[in-house]
Design a protein around this ligand. Structure first.
Ligand code: HEM
Length: 397
C-alpha cells in the first residue's frame, strides 16, 4: 500500500484502513467476547435478517442494563414489526422528494458559513462540516440552531471513548463510565423533553410537533418515545454527515487528478460521495445480537451473542470490490453499505447525500486552490466505530 490515505491517523483497531485485511470474514474475539463480521456477503446476511440478528436484543447482552425509559422510541434499538410502525412516522419527511426542496437552504447556509471564514485558512469541521448538517437537522426538528454548541457538547460526550468495546470489561468500571455518560447526556434529554411538552401545547410545522401528534396503533407516543426518537435524529443527523464532508475532502486532496476532473465536471460529485462512503465509512460498525444458533461465514455462532458488523471492513472486501483499497471517485456500480442495509437502512441517506453534494460543489467553486494544511495534520474521531476527521485544517491559497 503506497496511498497517502494509509498514513492518516484513523483508529488503530481498523487495521483494514491501512491495508491489513482480517484473515477471516467472521471471527470470534476471546478478549472482548464479541463476534466480528468483516466480510461483505456476511455483513449483508446479518443486516438482512433482523429476526436472527436483532437490534433490540443487543441491550439485553450489554454489561450494563439500560433502563427502558432510555430505549423506547429509539429506532436503532427496535426490530420489526414495531420498528416499521415507528419508522413510518418519519420516512416521508426524509424521502428524496421532500428533501430535494431543502437544496436552496443548504446552499445558502454553506455560503453563509464560508463567508464568515477570514484569511486563507479554514478548519473544515469547525467552519462548515459540523455546523451545516446540525443547523439543517435542528431546523427540521424545530430546535433553535443557535443552541448547536450545546448539542455538540452532548454528542461529543457520547462518542468520546477511544477504547474498543468489550463485553469482558470490568463491570464496575463500565457501570461508572455509563453513569458519567448518562449524567452528561441528561441535559439533552431534558432539553428535548421541554421542546416536546411545549409542542404538545403549541404545535408547529416541525418534526417534533409531528412526533407528538403521531399515533401508532391508535396510541400517541409518550414523552420518552418522542425524546429518544428525536435524540436519534439529532445525533445521527449530524456527526455522520460531518465526517462524510471531511472524508471526501481528504480523499480528493490525496488524489489531485481526481479532484481536478471533478472540478471540471460536477456531474461526477454524487459518484465521488458514494466512493468516499465506501473508502472511509463514517459509521464504521453496527451491533446486532443473535436470537438463535446460526451458521455465518463458515462459523457456528451461538444464540445470545453480540456481533459487531464492520461496515468499513465489508466496504473494502476484495471479494466484492475490485482494487478495494484504491479510492476511485468514478467507481460505478458501488454497492457499498455505508448507510447500512435492510430494515434499518439510513433514513437520512437522501439528506446526507444532498448536503454532501451541495457543500462539495460550493467548495470546488469557491476555493480552486483548497488543500490540506501541510503544517497541521488532520486529527480523527477518537471512537473506534467512527471514521472521520475531528479537525481538518485547510489552506485556500
Ligand atoms: C441509520 C449511517 C446520515 C438518520 C443509519 C445506519 C447507518 C447510518 C449505517 C444503520 C444503522 C443500523 O442498521 O443499525 C449514516 C451515515 C450518514 C447518515 C454514514 C451520513 C453520511 C443521517 C442523517 C440522518 C440520519 C443526515 C437524519 C435524519 C438516521 C436514522 C437511522 C439511521 C434515524 C435509524 C434508521 C432505522 O433504524 O430504521 N445511518 N447516516 N442519518 N440514520 Fe443515518
Amino acid at each position: 500500500m503506497t496511498s497517502a490515505t494509509t498514513r492518516w491517523d484513523t483508529h488503530p483497531s481498523q487495521s483494514w484502513l491501512r491495508g491489513e485485511r482480517p484473515a477471516e470474514p467472521v471471527a470470534f474475539d476471546e478478549e472482548s467476547g464479541l463476534w466480528n463480521v468483516y466480510g461483505y456477503e456476511e455483513a449483508v446476511a446479518v443486516l438482512g435478517d433482523p429476526a436472527t440478528f436483532s437490534s433490540s436484543h443487543v441491550g439485553d447482552l450489554l454489561p450494563v442494563q439500560v433502563d427502558d425509559s432510555l430505549r423506547e422510541g429509539n429506532l436503532l434499538e427496535m426490530d420489526p414489526p414495531d420498528h416499521r410502525k415507528l419508522r413510518n412516522l418519519v420516512s416521508k419527511a426524509f424521502s428524496g422528494r421532500v428533501v430535494a426542496d431543502l437544496e436552496p437552504r443548504i446552499a445558502a447556509l454553506t455560503h453563509e458559513l464560508l463567508d464568515a471564514v477570514e484569511g486563507d485558512r479554514l478548519e473544515l469541521v469547525e467552519d462548515l462540516a459540523y455546523p451545516l448538517p446540525v443547523i439543517v437537522i435542528a431546523e427540521l426538528l424545530g430546535l433553535p440552531s443557535g443552541d448547536r454548541e450545546l448539542f455538540r457538547g452532548w454528542v461529543d460526550t457520547m462518542f468520546s471513548g477511544s477504547e474498543d468495546f468489550s463485553l469482558n470489561a470490568d463491570p464496575e468500571q463500565v457501570e461508572a463510565e455509563f453513569a458519567d455518560r448518562l449524567d452528561a447526556m441528561t441535559p439533552m434529554f431534558d432539553y428535548l423533553r421541554e421542546h416536546a411538552v411545549e409542542r404538545r401545547r403549541n404545535p408547529r410545522e416541525d418534526l417534533i410537533s409531528g412526533l407528538v401528534r403521531a399515533e401508532v396503533d391508535g396510541q400517541r407516543l409518550n414523552d420518552n418515545e418522542v425524546v429518544n426518537f428525536a435524540t436519534v435524529l439529532l445525533v445521527a443527523g449530524h456527526i455522520t454527515t460531518t465526517m462524510l464532508l471531511g472524508n471526501t475532502t481528504l480523499c480528493l486532496d490525496a488524489h489531485p487528478g481526481q479532484r481536478a476532473r471533478l472540478r471540471a465536471d460536477r456531474s461526477g460529485i454524487p459518484t465521488a460521495i458514494e466512493e468516499s462512503l465506501r473508502f472511509l465509512t463514517p459509521f464504521a460498525a453496527l451491533s446486532r445480537a443473535t436470537t438463535r444458533d446460526v451458521e455465518l461465514g463458515g462459523q457456528r455462532v451461538p444464540a445470545d451473542r453480540m456481533i459487531m458488523v464492520w461496515l468499513s471492513a465489508a466496504n473494502r472486501d476484495p471479494r466484492k470490490f475490485a482494487d478495494a483499497d484504491v479510492f476511485d471517485s468514478t467507481r460505478d456500480p458501488n454497492p457499498h453499505i455505508g448507510f447500512g442495509r435492510g430494515v434499518h437502512f439510513c433514513v437520512g441517506a437522501p439528506l446526507a447525500r444532498l448536503e454532501g453534494r451541495v457543500a462539495l460543489d460550493i467548495l470546488l467553486d469557491r476555493f480552486p486552490d483548497l488543500r490540506v494544511d501541510p503544517d497541521l495534520a488532520p486529527t480523527f474521531m477518537p471512537s473506534p466505530i467512527m471514521t472521520g476527521p475531528r479537525t481538518l485544517h485547510l489552506r485556500t491559497a
